[in-house]
Write a protein that binds this ligand. Structure first.
Ligand code: PLP
Length: 350
């Protein structure tokens, strides 16, 4: 196991923090009369939710082959990201590194928390430039590195050697954002947690699990990191309804596999069909549920699609003339394809 002193990474105010102790923390187990939490006796959602989300964690522990005290449940990945800033980074002083283009929330969360975010550009094939890393890895003020793999919006995974190098060399916390890992053929870095006590894996129920409306994200890490996360989170961060929605989804893993595989198959089909469209200059390889394509004029194509009530994501501001296409249902993908084919024919007729 890598040598790592967690306390050196945690802000002193958080080291001293004693987490809020709720009524449900102080009495555990089954009782008949609950008069401890100032709840209302009437109704069906009148009770506070389980602050520890024990049932969800027990299920995920089996599914991911990990101890339940290595799991944190967040109000979306957004909460997993935000709490990382609040635990590990001193506002106005510490720094965080990420590789761009990537997920926009790292920047928003850094700004909210008044932390300097270093955005190191990816190479033209969207890989991390290892040659540029060493000054960062030595910087004492750098507390956190975000690695989004598969990366949004580029769709690719980063090279395993590069991630291994960062995990070995960096003295701070590494967060690997695996929001799209279920669509990828790669293994999750969860299996590396035993070797790297400075590693946090972030996953979500918003993408492959189809529960974006429910707002549940998950962090997997060393139990000592999870303990700190639990101290910092709002006590009842996941509502009863949201916990139930996740449990219902976890009841039907076969359906999860079916839907995920339909999306992957639809992606492969769509890529083949897009290859035949002249308008599309480049299709980047994707291990996620979206494809990044390059066109001659992304804003023009985007607007034309909008006028046909088809909404894609114009990524021109981060990757020149690129549009990100989410994989939808067969019907939705066909609508998109027809529209692009029609535009392409119009252009080549001019
Ligand atoms: C969509 C996405 C998430 C999911 O965020 P939630 O808050 O869990 O919905 C996380 N990371 C990346 C890179 C994403 O693209």
């Amino acid at each position: 196991m890598k040598e790592f002193n967690l306390n050196n990474s945690i802000r002193t105010n958080i080291q001293k923090l004693k987490g809020y102790s709720s009524a449900r923390d102080e009495f555990k187990g089954e009782a008949e009369v609950y008069l401890d939490a100032n709840e209302n006796p009437f109704g069906t959602l009148n009770r506070y939710p389980d602050p520890k989300q024990t049932e969800i964690k027990d299920r995920l522990a089996v599914l991911k082959n990990i101890a339940s005290n290595q799991i944190f449940i967040g109000n979306g990945s957004d909460e997993v990201i935000d709490i990382a800033f609040r635990i590990f980074c001193e506002p106005g002083k510490d720094k965080v590194l990420t590789f761009v283009p990537s997920y926009g929330m790292y920047n928003v969360s850094a700004t909210i928390n008044n932390i300097e975010l270093i955005e190191e550009p990816l190479t033209p094939d969207f890989q991390i430039d290892t040659k540029k890393l060493s000054p960062y890895l030595k910087d004492e003020a750098l507390k956190l590195i975000f690695i989004c793999s598969p990366n949004n919006p580029t769709g690719n995974c980063f090279e395993e050697d590069t991630i291994a190098y960062i995990l070995e060399k960096f003295k701070g916390i590494v967060i690997i954002d695996e929001a799209y890992i279920d669509f990828s053929t790669r293994a999750s870095y969860i299996e590396k947690l035993a070797a790297f006590p400075n590693l946090i894996i972030s996953q979500t129920f918003s993408k492959a699990w189809g529960l974006a409306g429910v707002r549940v994200g998950v962090a997997y890490a060393n139990s000592a990191i999870i303990e700190v996360y639990n101290k910092v989170k709002p006590p009842y961060n996941i509502s009863t309804l949201n916990q139930q929605a996740v449990l219902t989804k976890l009841d039907n893993l076969a359906q999860f596999e079916i839907e995920k595989n339909i999306i992957i198959n639809q992606k492969e089909r769509l890529v083949k069909q897009l290859e035949g469209i002249e308008l599309i200059k480049k299709i980047y390889p994707s291990e996620a549920n979206f494809i990044l394509i390059e066109v001659p004029d992304a804003t023009e194509i985007y607007n034309q699609l909008v006028s046909q009530k088809i909404i894609t994501r114009n990524r021109h501001s981060v990757v020149k003339n690129c549009i990100r296409l989410t994989i939808g249902s067969e019907t939705e993908n066909r609508r998109l394809l027809n529209a692009l084919q029609f535009m392409s024919a119009k252009v080549s007729n001019v």
